[in-house]
Design a protein around this ligand. Structure first.
Ligand code: FAD
Length: 428
């Protein structure tokens, strides 16, 4: 395969790469999709909640055949203390149009890569691109070992900590300040058991976000999603806090499994998968130049992730950026112009969705990292308020307003609460 030439080479068959290859092939353009894994999605990690508007943008209507697990209808937010938890649990009404689904990447990425292949893309697995070849200031191919594959355009979709883009000098080295560590377990359980434990019916699913003791006071949170016949349980923790902490994420997830609010939900389950991955959460601060002569960077490789504390989004942005890269490549091929000036169109398209969202949430990470109360004091406060309201033991009753003020004073101060509330409101 040495010195073969393709209009476009896409590196990485995650959602960004598959979306780009699919869109290009569907429009009738030759595209080579390279994936280092034995099969697309084999080792790709995600908590597993995908906002389906992105699939609709990629393949209107057709995505309904994708291997989606469950449509999320039950939303839960759990604040955790060491042995307790307070959960807000909301069931969305049936006429709420479905916006998100739980997914397992090993199935979804494979399906999408197949779709790209059926549309005409050449998909090669077990192939690692080791370097982007730059000639006269323009990306013009990739090296696979000592073989060179040439292309007019390279779309770099090789995930978080993109070594290819870094070696090409287009991104900065990822720092601990800009990333989070994610760990995830998939626990197999019968469908009916999941429905009973989460109070679900049919193919409805639940998504539970956790904050508090699950990260042992460090910035981050947990998630628990229901799949058809399994649960995805995991943690996302700011990497720079872990570095200075006495604990590690592997111990944290073990403790989470034993937590009284979690263990009854997973008990009897079979561990099907254990994975860990980096998450580029630095937002606009870490975003590289996302295009250059002959080159575009998509998905996690470009840092397109937002963790707002209530939603963790990377998969939909991976798909949107894959679409934008493909559309830009098509215009570029039509104009026979692969220069950075022409590929600038990529950033223009991204500003309509991905980048505007990143701008909206640009202060969230700072708020979450700096607001220690979110992980310790406030979950304790929620538990104390609940305990006080629901404890009836024959002693003289107290007004709820007094219970609340006493609880606040025992865990924080009114001033701190107002300050954090205002900071939160300004960043979310
Ligand atoms: C624990 C965790 C929970 C998450 N939860 C959610 C969630 O619930 N919802 C959400 O939207 N997002 C979530 N995310 C983020 C989401 O998973 C990512 O944003 C998304 O996977 C990015 O897709 P991608 O295609 O850019 O990269 P990836 O999925 O990482 O794909 C990159 C691909 O490139 C391949 N590759 C890498 N280097 C090379 C090379 N040199 N040559 C060939 N192939 C290569 C890899 O094997 C891989 O297949 C989560 C992430 C983690 C870690």
């Amino acid at each position: 395969m040495s010195d073969e030439h393709f209009p476009v080479i896409v590196v990485g068959a995650g959602l960004a790469g598959c979306a780009a290859a699919y869109r290009l092939a569907k429009a009738g353009y030759d595209v080579l999709l390279l994936e280092r894994g034995k099969r697309p999605g084999g080792k790709n990690v995600s908590g597993g909640r995908l906002y389906s508007y992105a699939l609709e943008a990629l393949m209107p209507g057709e995505w309904l055949d994708a291997p989606l697990e469950r449509e999320v209808r039950r939303e839960m937010i759990m604040t955790m203390t060491e042995r307790g938890a307070v959960t807000v649990n909301g069931l969305l009404s049936p006429n709420h149009s479905g916006t998100s689904y739980t997914v397992l990447r090993s199935k979804l990425d494979g399906w999408l890569a197949k779709k790209a292949e059926q549309a005409g893309a050449l998909v090669m697995t077990g192939v690692t691109a080791t370097e982007i070849v730059i000639k006269d200031g323009k990306a013009c191919g990739v090296l696979v070992g000592d073989e060179r594959l040439e292309a007019d355009i390279i779309i770099c979709a090789d995930g978080a900590n993109s070594l290819l883009a870094e070696n090409a000098g287009i991104t900065n080295k990822v720092t601990m300040e800009n990333i989070a560590l994610g760990v995830k377990l998939v626990v197999g359980l019968p469908e009916q058991t999941i429905n009973d434990r989460f109070n679900l019916s049919g193919e409805d699913g639940a998504a539970c976000l956790m904050v508090g003791d699950c990260t042992k006071g460090l910035a981050g949170g947990g998630f628990l999603y229901t799949n058809k016949e399994s649960l995805s349980l995991g943690l996302v923790v700011d990497a720079s806090s872990i570095k200075s902490a006495k604990t590690n994420i592997a111990d944290m997830i073990e403790e989470l499994k034993e937590h009284p609010a979690i263990s009854p939900l997973i008990v009897g389950g079979q561990l099907l998968e254990y994975s860990a991955h980096l998450i580029p959460e630095g937002g606009l601060n870490m975003m590289p130049k996302v295009f250059d002569n002959g080159l575009m960077i998509a998905g996690d490789a470009a840092g397109f992730v937002i963790n707002s504390g209530l939603t963790l989004r990377g998969m939909d942005y991976a798909i949107l950026s894959g679409i934008a890269a493909a559309e830009t490549a098509i215009k570029s091929i039509q104009a026979a112009d692969y220069s950075a000036e022409q590929l600038n169109q990529y950033e223009v398209m991204l500003r309509l969705n991905v980048l505007s969202d990143m701008e909206t949430f640009k202060k969230v990470r700072g708020f979450m990292k700096d607001t220690a109360g979110l992980y310790t004091a406030y979950p304790k406060l929620a538990e104390t308020i609940f305990k006080s309201i629901f404890t009836v033991d024959g002693r003289p009753a107290k007004r709820i307003s007094k219970v609340m003020i006493n609880s606040i004073l025992s865990h924080t101060s009114v001033w701190q609460l107002i300050k954090d509330g205002v900071k939160g409101a300004l960043s979310l």
